[in-house]
Design a binder for this molecule. Structure first.
Ligand SMILES: CC(C)(COP(=O)(O)OP(=O)(O)OC[C@H]1O[C@@H](n2cnc3c(N)ncnc32)[C@H](O)[C@@H]1OP(=O)(O)O)[C@@H](O)C(=O)NCCC(=O)NCCS
Length: 144
């Protein structure tokens, strides 16, 4: 019998499982604290982390948030053992639906320009590179 698939917003107690998934997916970088990122997303009304569960086990996530003008996706992750089965597409659709339900007309995301595999994945799902340049500045500790 196969485990049922459910998608739900994360709860605080999901933190360790989610951080372990993000680590296994290579999404943890020195300048971001994944546990703090998780807690921050859950602490705001306009953001959350969506989890796809097989039975009780979280095997995919997408962090979603909106800034009042645009929707954003972060931490899209599928357990390496479950890739190639449509779960990445499912989580992008879930994230888009969550953002659309908050009234956002457009969704944006960041992918390192060297990460050609993930860029190709998003292009396959209809995402395009915009004719604009992202600029940024840390408001907390200086980081790379
Ligand atoms: C990127 C990632 C989420 C994809 O998850 P996945 O479950 O393997 O993807 P899916 O099986 O849902 O693939 C969805 C579609 O994209 C296609 N696809 C997958 N990878 C692709 C690639 N590199 N190039 C082009 N198309 C791709 C699939 O063929 C599938 O097409 P279809 O639905 O038309 O048949 C997964 O590889 C992952 O977690 N990577 C590590 C974390 C990461 O880098 N996240 C992004 C941070 S910016």
């Amino acid at each position: 019998m196969t485990d049922p698939v459910t998608v739900r917003p994360c709860r605080a107690e999901d933190r360790d499982a989610v951080v372990a998934l993000w680590t296994a997916c290579g999404l943890v970088v020195p300048w971001n604290d994944p546990a703090a990122d998780f807690a921050l997303a859950l602490s705001k009304e306009n953001s959350t982390v969506l989890a796809l569960c097989l039975g009780n086990r979280i095997v995919a996530t997408a962090m979603v948030g909106q800034d009042g003008h645009r929707g954003w996706i972060y931490y899209l992750a599928v357990d390496p053992a479950h890739r190639g089965n449509g779960l990445g597409r499912r989580m992008v659709v879930e994230a888009e639906n969550w953002l659309a339900a908050t009234g956002m007309p457009k969704v944006q995301l960041l992918v390192r320009s060297t990460n050609e595999r993930v860029l190709a994945f998003y292009e396959h799902l209809g995402y395009v590179k915009p004719p604009s340049t992202l600029m940024q500045k840390w408001l907390t500790n200086p980081s790379p």
